[in-house]
Design a protein around this ligand. Structure first.
Ligand code: PGA
Length: 258
């Protein structure tokens, strides 16, 4: 396999600036030992973005923000705008993580507005989609995911679509109480998502990186990365600890690119 893969982590509401800097220094060091086919990214808290941008300015680690508003400025207390993130110089904007949807009522229409704002500012949107347990149990996973893709990616040109990444993260597989998904299930869903992307974007749908996330850990990451339509891993807890993230990265490198 010579194709690039994306591997990254969203820190959620963990890590102070100090902790984040120590982590990033380690990651910079490890990144130098890895094949250039691995695109690495971290998504820190907003407060840590500025110093982490400085620390990664000469490294190959991309940085992203966990959320933003779609407007460039305005009376939206507590929000952060694309202008503000552009000033810091982020690479990736994560949109629609299930925790944003679940706890802050974010919906596909909001995500679509943010996606267009992110593209206007030259960020790479990382759009998260996933069905919850109730939808899975009612056998409407495919319908749910197709609708999420269609609305989140609405009104994109084929060229714009080629600048977007999608992460499939089944809500029931995420976090402390998550149940890791069977690789066979993930393979079926990713094949379905690829088909949907190709239907939506005839020429560029095949190139959109499709990442997988949800309880990815040392025991299961190889099974997932071996799935044909998976182009990367989006990891939470197992990447917050550098010892375990380093092992994952090194094994991936050996497994795919040695
Ligand atoms: P997890 O988080 O790996 O800790 O389940 C994944 C995510 O929320 O993206």
């Amino acid at each position: 396999m010579s194709q690039k893969i994306w591997v990254g982590t969203n820190w959620k509401m963990t890590k102070t600036i100090k902790e984040g800097l120590a982590y990033t220094e380690e990651l910079n060091r490890i990144s130098e030992t890895l094949s250039s086919n691995i695109e690495l990214f971290i998504i820190p808290s907003h407060t840590a973005l500025i110093p982490i941008r400085e620390l990664t300015s000469k490294s190959r680690v991309h940085i992203g923000a966990q959320n933003m508003h779609w407007k460039d400025e305005g009376a939206f207390t507590g929000e952060i705008s694309p202008n503000m993130l552009a000033e810091i110089g982020i690479d990736i904007i994560e949109l629609g993580h299930s925790e944003r949807r679940q706890y802050y009522n974010e919906n596909d229409v909001d995500i679509n507005k943010k996606l267009h704002a992110g593209l206007r500012h030259g960020f790479t949107p990382l759009v998260c989609i996933g069905e919850n347990m109730e939808q899975k149990n009612n056998n409407i996973s495919k319908e749910t995911l197709a609708a999420q893709l269609k609305v989140c990616l609405k009104d994109l040109t084929k060229e714009q679509a080629s600048k977007v990444m999608v992460a499939y993260e089944p809500v029931w597989a995420i976090g402390e109480n998550g149940i890791p998904a069977e690789a066979t299930y993930v393979a079926k869903v990713h094949a379905f998502l690829r088909k949907q992307l190709v239907e939506l974007f005839e020429d560029t749908g095949t190139d959109i990186p499709l990442l997988y996330g949800g309880s990815v850990n040392l025991d299961n990451f190889i099974e997932y990365i071996d799935i044909e339509d998976i182009n990367g891993l989006f990891i939470g807890r197992a990447a917050w600890n550098m010892e375990s993230f380093e092992q994952i990265l090194q094994h991936l490198d050996e497994h795919l690119f040695a």
